[in-house]
Design a protein around this ligand. Structure first.
Ligand SMILES: NC(=O)c1ccc[n+]([C@@H]2O[C@H](COP(=O)([O-])OP(=O)(O)OC[C@H]3O[C@@H](n4cnc5c(N)ncnc54)[C@H](O)[C@@H]3O)[C@@H](O)[C@H]2O)c1
Length: 255
């Protein structure tokens, strides 16, 4: 049966920080109930306290979303609280920056599990509910590295490219069931994730700014607003798309 409830129910993975947190707030602002699912249960609870203090409905769930058992438990908690789900944002992602010759099998496997396993487990759990109700929207957080390559980032680029293809596969599989699946591909955004890469010397912010046509980093809010658009009714005919939020990075082909 088609879900006709007014307030949509959203789940944001990794919603306790950075782009996920900004997305939780953006979805709440457009009237959604938001479940923040994060490894860091305390941080998820703090984000939800803020959302509730701002007059929104929110649910904090501590879970590692690359573990299918914990994902099932998280979806059951949302079912019990809200009777199902309408929007899923697959935001969790990690990066390993090191030469491929030094990459360990454990690092390779863990990045695959976190960046792709989480997408599979959460999309399947959401899809079971959305396909049955003939409505729903999923947004995956890709990267400019879904589309372009960089040295010393084999696991990140490979998994983010797979996020783009998974987006298209799920979009065409579930389109006739009223479920839309899209992705955003952010460029460099100021979050704890990038701060750590700068701190450990994994990238040079000045070089990144020089390479970015708009000459600045993106903000988590700018990515979140694009996610809000993709899940909104204004994007009702948009599916299988990878929307770049990158200040011109992927368009740029000069020196
Ligand atoms: N920051 C950037 O410049 C940038 C650019 C392009 C794409 N992205 C992508 O955006 C997404 C979010 O990035 P961010 O910079 O906001 O990250 P972040 O590291 O600031 O926040 C990630 C959140 O996810 C949680 N998390 C990590 N692994 C988890 C797991 N297995 N289960 C549950 N929660 C988990 C963390 O606790 C944290 O709260 C990632 O997929 C990343 O690849 C980021």
């Amino acid at each position: 049966m088609k879900n006709t409830s007014v307030s949509q129910r959203a789940l944001v993975t990794g919603g306790a920080a950075g782009i996920g947190q900004a997305t939780a707030f953006a979805l709440a602002r457009i009237g959604m109930k938001v479940a923040v699912v994060d490894l860091d249960a305390g941080a998820a609870a703090r984000v939800c306290e803020q959302l509730i203090a701002n007059g929104h409905e929110a649910l904090a769930i501590g879970a590692a979303v690359h573990d299918s058992t914990q994902v099932e438990r998280a979806f059951k908690t949302i079912d019990e609280a809200w009777g199902g789900i309408d929007v899923l944002v697959n935001n969790v992602g990690i990066s390993v920056v090191k030469p491929t010759l030094e990459l360990t099998p454990q690092e390779w496997q863990h990045t695959l599990d976190v960046n792709l396993g989480s997408l599979f487990h959460c999309s399947q759990a959401a899809g079971r509910r959305m396909v049955a109700q003939l409505s729903g929207s999923i947004v995956n957080i890709g990267s400019i590295y879904s589309l372009m390559a960089a040295p010393n980032r084999l696991t990140y680029c490979t998994t983010k490219a797979a996020v783009a293809m998974a987006t298209k596969c799920l979009a065409v599989e579930w389109a006739s069931s009223g479920v839309r699946v899209n992705a955003v591909a952010p460029g460099y955004v100021e979050t704890a994730f990038t701060a750590e890469l700068v701190r450990t010397g994994k990238f040079d912010p000045a070089a990144i700014l020089k390479r970015t046509p708009m000459g600045r980093f993106g903000t988590a809010e700018e990515v979140a607003e694009a996610v809000s658009f993709l899940v909104s009714k204004e994007a009702a005919y948009v599916t299988g798309q990878i929307l770049g939020i990158d200040g011109g990075w992927t368009a740029y082909g000069y020196v």
